[in-house]
Write a protein that binds this ligand. Sequence first.
Ligand SMILES: NC(=O)c1ccc[n+]([C@@H]2O[C@H](COP(=O)([O-])OP(=O)(O)OC[C@H]3O[C@@H](n4cnc5c(N)ncnc54)[C@H](O)[C@@H]3O)[C@@H](O)[C@H]2O)c1
Length: 385
Amino acid sequence: MQTADINNNNNDNKNNTLKKDNIEYLEVELLRSFIEDVFIKLNLSHKDAEIIADVLITSDLRGIDTHGVQRLMTYYERITNGIYNPKTKIDIVTESPTTAVIDGNCSMGHVIAYNAMKLAIKKAKKYGMGAVAVRNSTHFGIAGYYSLMAIKEGMIGIVTTNATPAVPPTFGIEPMLGTNPLTAGAPTDDRFPFLIDCATSIIQKGKIELFNRENLYLPEGVVLDHNGNPERDAGKIMKDLRNYQAALMPIGGEGGKASGYKGYGYSTLVEILSSALQEGVCLKETAGIEENGKTYLKVGHFFLAMNVKNFIPLKQFKKNTGKIMRSLRKSKKAPGKKRIYTAGEKEYEAESERKKIGIPVGKSIQNDIKRIQKELKLNKYKFSF
Ligand SMILES: NC(=O)c1ccc[n+]([C@@H]2O[C@H](COP(=O)([O-])OP(=O)(O)OC[C@H]3O[C@@H](n4cnc5c(N)ncnc54)[C@H](O)[C@@H]3O)[C@@H](O)[C@H]2O)c1
């Protein structure tokens, strides 16, 4: 089996995550419409279906193949199995001019997150800052989508979510923390904003799932088994993750060798922001909470919008951030390296490219699409596979 390039760092753009064989390129608007119709058939409102489709399509367009249409089957199964409530209901628990705690009632995470960031932005427009903590939510996809919402309004957007246990603390082997993304972005005067959008573990589950679909091995040092030995087979890791027998290493890796305690510390901060501010589930509780004879997969999130113009004119800020980005990209390259990137750049390039060529889907995602299409009788769609 081939070893996966887990961070695409040897590639010039993000269009190489999937193996080239068996790939079909789907027209963006066709796939968007299909995803919307899937959720409408599952009893979501048109507006909510549009939001989820937009998050998934944005993910695929930006080259984040792990969180786009690849996730459709998971959501489909969770709704049909009654784990997610398709009718999103959001309650405000407490509110002040600049803060709010909201309850998502275990409905659709993307819709809850979209509305939470909208509320944070509304507060930041009026008072300069808006922070919203969310309890009883579910998987919301790419955290960067919600930071981008703030960036589009001339704001800095910071987003966190906790997730099911997969990452042990430094010197531990028991999965306690989720892959806990910490996303932060700011507008620039470049063609694209600064947006660091990633997990606080070396690898997140979506990539392992994708590598399993593609029959790829992981490099050493990324995942350990419950005895602390390296685990590389993506299929076995997927199974072991379900039983909490596989441990994904935090950024920096195992122990203190490459300062893994830094990734562990940032992941803990994500856990605090995503749970402690709203009495939500934390750590192992994200594995599922039993209520009324059902297991609910709950998570919490945190959204912060900071209105730049309350600090400095937006144009000046964009010039400042753009200067930082350009200086970094122009700095001296390491031997053999052709190019330096800034965060958000590869995703911008993937988006420009995929808007033209379409969204690549491998064989196993094609099979997911065919199964859902058949079961929901969405016969009006004609795919080439
Ligand atoms: N909802 C959840 O529970 C959950 C959990 C984990 C991750 N995620 C999402 O998964 C997605 C992927 O996460 P990931 O950890 O696989 O990300 P990743 O390891 O692919 O890193 C992506 C980030 O690194 C930047 N980057 C990549 N190469 C770079 C380079 N050479 N120079 C500068 N910057 C560079 C990108 O611009 C991007 O911001 C994210 O959108 C994240 O929000 C969601």
